[in-house]
Design a protein around this ligand. Sequence first.
Ligand SMILES: Cc1cc2nc3c(=O)[nH]c(=O)nc-3n(C[C@H](O)[C@H](O)[C@H](O)COP(=O)(O)OP(=O)(O)OC[C@H]3O[C@@H](n4cnc5c(N)ncnc54)[C@H](O)[C@@H]3O)c2cc1C
Length: 563
Amino acid sequence: MSEGPPSGRAVIPDRVEETPDLQGAHPRLSEAQIAALAALGHRRATRPGEILFRQGQRDCDFFIVLAGNVAVVDGHGTPEERVIGVHGRGRFLGELSLLTGEASFYTAVAADAGEVLVVPVDRLRELIAGDPAFGDLVLRAYLLRRSILIGLGAGLRIVGSRYSPDARRLREFAARNRLPCRWLDLEADPAAEALLRQAGVTPDETPIVIAYGRLLRNPSNAELAGAVGLPAPGTPHAGSDLVVVGAGPAGLSAGVYGASEGMRTMILDSTAAGGQAGTSSRIENYLGFPSGISGAELAERAVLQARKFGATFAVPAQATAITRDGRNYTIGLGDGTSVTAGTVVIATGASYRRLDVPRLEFFEQMSVYYAASQAEALLCRGDPVAIVGGGNSAGQATVFLSGHAARVTLIVREPDLSDGMSRYLIDQVERLGNVRVLLRTEVRELLGDQALEAVAVENNQTGARSIVEARALFAFIGAAPCTGWLGGLVDLDDHGFVRTGETARPAAAAGRDNGWQRSALETSQPGIFAVGDVRSGSAKRVAAAVGEGAIAIRLAFERARAT
Ligand SMILES: Cc1cc2nc3c(=O)[nH]c(=O)nc-3n(C[C@H](O)[C@H](O)[C@H](O)COP(=O)(O)OP(=O)(O)OC[C@H]3O[C@@H](n4cnc5c(N)ncnc54)[C@H](O)[C@@H]3O)c2cc1C
């Protein structure tokens, strides 16, 4: 694994100072913890400039610094090379990718002569599972480090025009999957042109992604996933007892419980783990997190948990069809492959509704967003923004974006915020100095030549029109169920949500029933369950989705025993 001094040695200054641990991302292990780890690995000396692991490398070892310093380098070997952290005795290296199987997003270089302890990653996983205190320390640090990398714009480079739909697609895919990346805007960032020149690419050949020195020309989401080591489909799917379609809170919960009960579990998602919750900057009403938790972090934790119990993931993997074959169901995927299992959990949730205004599609390419996470906040930093919607998701986005945008205008159709928003959020919104709330107001037009500059709004009581300055528009106006792929196999309600329990009309050929009473979360087809927002009559809350995921597994076991 070790190699000679890299070309980028020059970026590491002769005297390096350790990066302070301001957020708890770089804890120092105790002597007792180091001694316990020493039994699992081996010690070895390091030479100045020696690479311990490279960006793009998978299955790296777990390194603990015993003497000297190790520098964490972004863009190693490129003109943009920079040191983003320095770690000394007792600190450990790596970040979330070490546990998820993704490729490393940076290079670790010994800054001076020293010593490291090298522990194989499988031993680390065993230790994390067996020692909760140590596991918590590593996990917390790794989750924080991922957020820091995203904030620094380290890792991948996406270069393209802000007006390009493919550039937008790639940025969104990276954001939803929490892939650290830097966006280089051809229209605004001089570094973009320099990078294209260096790569020998003309502007009309963009967007491109530079992943660990590899140039990807307008890759599909699956190609990008493959390059960073996300578990994309295409690999043969091993036999499963349980297939969970959708990796939002409901699907992740079903996956964790199914795998922990010993079911061979596969979890699919068309976009990213986390679902709608993954687009929420701070969920404050989920039990056990008094200061709130970002949806992305909740999802990252759940993915690690599901993997720990042996669940496998396929992302991106879009379910496009489902058919019944005796006691099994086969789910067709967008890439032409399929997965088969006796138990299926439908957890495909709901997707955002779009505003009914002219030129929406044009502005959607660069200025209209349906999520307000760290990634979107970086894109509209210092700009005036408008948010449409009167529910909790709009309230959360307002609170979060007010910390990044110059001004926020919240546009609400209803006469009162309390019609759709929880009290705790209304209180927060009302306390913010740079937020203006327009009630009884609807968006009529999007204004701007190349990108959004303002929105024209109308008071739905008086008809008075006004202009709201906005460089970005965030829409949180409800969601429609993702059930098109079910193709009529299970019974849906009038709005397209999946009926379960007594309300589900029995399927014509539900021959597996044998007199078995359909349980509360079971659809009209035996062995197919529906959980979370996709289910008719669901609570549309993270906690409810998580609870239903767990219950569905229990019910699946009861059904299997009884039939
Ligand atoms: C911005 C925002 C903030 C929110 N804040 C809160 C909050 O503070 N508290 C709270 O309790 N609730 C909150 N909610 C609601 C909460 O997020 C949802 O109730 C919850 O995410 C529902 O979980 P789910 O797993 O049922 O569905 P979803 O979260 O919608 O996940 C469904 C998943 O299925 C995938 N999928 C869809 N179709 C397919 C297909 N054909 N093939 C494969 N995969 C597919 C999607 O990509 C998605 O990842 C918020 C919602 C939003 C949008």
